[in-house]
Design a binder for this molecule. Structure first.
Ligand code: UDP
Length: 245
């Protein structure tokens, strides 16, 4: 059992990148169906408004602390997570493990052509990697009739879904029992990064915890979404005071 911390109603595992990869490998090999979520403050704020999303997050087999806000909040609440485990750092490492073990990857989501280019980028790093399939599609339920048979026939071990939160997590919760994939994970903008559509922040910026600022500079329309950050910080501070008194 991996230790967890609850942050404003959302449970997150207290786990390092290395432990997360080991746990994912264990889940893939243990049979059944599992899913991983990469929680950041926007997820938590959405979960507060939408109990259905919160239930999906809290039922995940693995909830990774993706986002410096989560790392800081966990410290503030006295139950620190050891480090940030970002989906965009994890996916290439996971592809490396998949290549070694012969697991197939299915890349679902992002704009047309992007999943293909992301798959090419992964294959050029890991020539033995098996790409079971790629498809853009859309998170709308009316497109499931087209998408589900593709995944069922491809039989991947790992399904990466890039529809952005909360759509990708809701898609996984709805469809995982129908596609029977050992491990599914919502990956947000990861295909865009792999395909070179968008640039990730430089390493120094990730290290000091300002990757979100770079994303805002690249995509100014994110400002409305990122209003969740100060609201999240305020609620964490209030929670801290409540626990102290
Ligand atoms: N996306 C999609 N269909 C949709 C909405 C989003 O394919 O209906 C894709 C979008 O192209 C992008 C990803 O989902 O590749 C979400 O990216 P975003 O940067 O919003 O995700 P984050 O990393 O912030 O969760």
């Amino acid at each position: 059992m991996i230790d967890t911390v609850e942050i404003l109603g959302v449970r997150v595992h207290r786990i390092t990148m290395g432990e997360a990869l080991n746990e994912i490998a264990r889940l893939v090999e243990s049979g059944g169906e599992h899913y991983v979520v990469t929680v950041n403050p926007e997820f938590v704020m959405t979960a507060r408004r939408w109990p259905g999303f919160r239930r999906v997050l809290n039922a995940a087999d693995l909830s990774l602390p993706d986002g410096i806000g989560l790392v800081l909040a966990s410290r503030f609440l006295g139950m620190p997570v050891p480090e940030r485990v970002a989906g965009s750092d994890l996916v290439p490492r996971l592809a490396g493990i998949a290549a070694e073990r012969g697991w197939g990857l299915f890349l679902l989501g992002a704009a047309p052509g992007v999943a293909d280019r992301a798959a090419d980028a992964l294959r050029s790093r890991f020539p033995r990697l098996r790409i079971a399939g790629t498809f853009a599609g859309s998170p709308r339920p009316e497109h499931e009739g087209e998408i589900l048979p593709l995944i069922q026939e491809a039989k991947p071990e790992i399904l990466l879904v890039a529809y952005g939160a909360p759509a990708q997590e809701m898609w996984i919760a709805r469809n995982l029992p129908r596609v029977h994939v050992p491990l599914a994970m919502g990956v947000g903008g990861v295909f865009d990064f792999l395909a070179g559509e968008k640039k990730r922040a430089p390493m120094w910026a990730r290290r000091i915890g300002v990757e979100w600022l770079f994303r805002l500079a690249q995509e100014p329309r994110r400002w409305r979404r990122q209003l969740a950050l100060p609201r999240f910080a305020l609620l964490v501070a209030m929670e801290w005071m409540r626990r102290k008194h």
